[in-house]
Design a protein around this ligand. Structure first.
Ligand code: PHE
Length: 511
């Protein structure tokens, strides 16, 4: 088989032949001024013809840590103590005095004393009651470990495998004294096979790969002799920066389909809502804190909303004042129609489901009715990474005879299962318009946490009676957050990203 290699690969082969021994890949790449990846891909080409190969070896880099570097400069603490003794020109000293003079940390001081004893520089006596140190020797040549320490120079990194047996003994001492940093690295070493060593450069043909066949190649017939560059069909293609549907819209459509598959119909309602539908019809008293300006965006234009038919307004008034025909005592205050006429940006899509109850009343429908809405709501919130002032709710109601809490849990659980959540928990909650009320959380595997998703419950008689829905016909209701779910789906940690639209994210998101 004739060997065909690209010019660059032939050049690298030539250099490897000159080197005669193994080369460290990263060093060679630097020496040749080429990219490491280019070098390794050349080595892989050589491997295809069994000319060269590489092996991976683990190397242990060792260097001095901060303390070690200090000793390199100032000497080991035992040497520092010795210096003090020699400077004083004294042959004995009290331990306490020496400790004060040395300014060493107590722990290090005693290590130093121990090493002085080991080196047979000093002896210690407690005979006189206080610890005393006596100089033993006359001269104090550099110890082996001191000599070894100097091998590190300034900041030098050594390869453990290059140490001699004696050096390893000294290394162990430094290591035990915790003066060493160790780091494991894998290093690639490139070598030529026997075949690679023997092959003559003149036997190798230069390969020029062609990635495109031109019409000239076809008409002249030269295409028969060229080498075509193979395609790697597993490589991703270039990023298409085409227009596409916004990920959140697609996500909403996915949710839409789930409810439609469960037999629900979509409803929509106005964004500009009356306090009547947003609060009053939900049995929220007119002095309820959620109605305050700091939670709700009220509007100046239009300033007043049209209320529904007079008798229904009266029904709601009665509910608030005395419970009407619902069996409730109501709130017992004087209900003000003008407050109900205020206009606002709806704070929840529950307003829209109440409009659906009104329609049910007017058209004498028969249950069951199953509707949902996925729509924008507005609250006067400070924006941050987990709060928006304008967000989306997944809302729904089921009007049915004798439907109960188990049905509600079933629907919500089914929804989240279809969204990919296995664990759903419902806990008692409170809303002025439901009884019982439930809060819903889902378990998010990736972070191992329960995340709160929204509220639900069975509408109170005070909410349903004005619209002719009386026990045992009941209304199951829920309102769930969409953006939280979307953040999990798209792996965003800042909720604002969903609408600020970082272009990089939009491009990368697969739909
Ligand atoms: N409207 C409630 C909210 O915005 C959610 C909810 C809807 C609760 C329906 C109970 C029933 O948080």
């Amino acid at each position: 088989m004739t060997i065909k290699l690209k010019k660059q690969v032939i050049d690298i082969l030539k250099i490897l032949k000159q080197k005669k021994s193994e080369c460290i890949a990263s060093d060679l790449a630097i020496e040749l001024g080429i990219d490491y990846i280019v070098l390794m891909s050349a080595v892989n080409n050589l491997k295809d013809y069994d000319l060269g190969n590489f092996k991976e070896v683990e190397i242990n880099h060792i260097s001095l840590n901060h303390e070690g570097l200090n000793y390199l400069e100032a000497g080991f603490p035992e040497r520092q103590l010795l210096k003090i003794l020699l400077e004083e020109n004294t042959k004995e000293i009290n331990l306490e005095d020496l400790i004060k003079r040395s300014k060493l940390d107590k722990k290090i001081f005693y290590i130093a004393i121990n090493n002085m004893k080991k080196n047979r520089w000093v002896a210690q006596s407690k005979a006189s009651g206080e610890g005393k140190i006596f100089l033993l020797a006359e001269d104090f040549p550099e110890t082996n470990v001191e000599i070894f320490l100097k091998k590190f120079d300034k900041d030098k990194i050594l390869d453990f495998s290059t140490l001699t047996k004696d050096e390893i003994t000294q290394f162990d001492i430094l290591n035990k004294r915790k003066l060493i940093n160790k780091e494991k690295r894998t290093q690639r070493k490139i070598f030529l096979t026997d075949k690679g060593k023997k092959v003559k450069i003149s036997e190798i043909k230069e390969l020029s790969l062609v990635s495109k066949i031109t019409s000239e190649m076809l008409s002249s017939g030269t295409w028969k002799n060229i080498d075509l560059k193979p395609f790697d069909v597993s490589k991703p293609g270039p990023l298409l920066k085409a227009g596409k549907i916004h990920p959140v819209i697609n996500f909403i459509n996915e949710i839409r389909e789930i409810f439609i598959s469960l037999g629900f119909t979509e409803i929509r309602g106005p964004i500009v809502e009356s306090a009547f539908y947003n609060f009053d019809a939900l049995f929220q008293p007119q002095d309820h804190p959620a109605r305050e300006m700091h939670d709700t965006f009220y509007l100046n234009n239009p300033k007043v909303a049209k209320l529904p038919e007079k008798d229904r307004v009266l029904a709601i008034k009665n509910i608030h004042e005395n419970g009407g025909n619902s069996g409730s005592l109501g709130w017992g205050y004087q209900w003000d129609e003008n407050i109900a006429k205020k206009t606002l940006l709806r704070t929840h899509t529950t307003a829209t489901t109440i409009r659906r109850l009104a329609q049910y009343y007017r058209t004498n429908e028969v249950p069951p009715i199953k509707v949902f809405s996925i729509d924008r709501v507005f609250r006067n919130e400070k924006l941050d990474k987990s709060h928006l002032a304008e967000f989306t709710q997944i809302e729904g109601i089921v009007i049915g005879d004798r439907v109960n809490l188990c049905d509600l849990i079933g629907i919500i659980t089914e929804f989240y299962k279809k969204m990919g959540f296995e664990k759903i928990i419902t806990r008692p909650g409170f809303f002025p318009y439901t009884e019982p009320s439930m809060e819903i959380s889902v378990y998010y595997d990736k972070i191992g946490e329960w995340l709160e998703m929204g509220g639900s419950g069975i509408f109170r008689p005070e909410v349903t009676y004005p619209w002719g829905i009386e026990n045992p016909t009941r209304v199951l209701a829920w309102g769930l957050g969409l953006e939280r779910l979307a953040m999990l789906r798209f792996g965003r940690t800042d909720i604002r990203d969903l609408y600020i639209n970082p272009i990089k994210w939009l491009r990368e998101e697969s739909y």
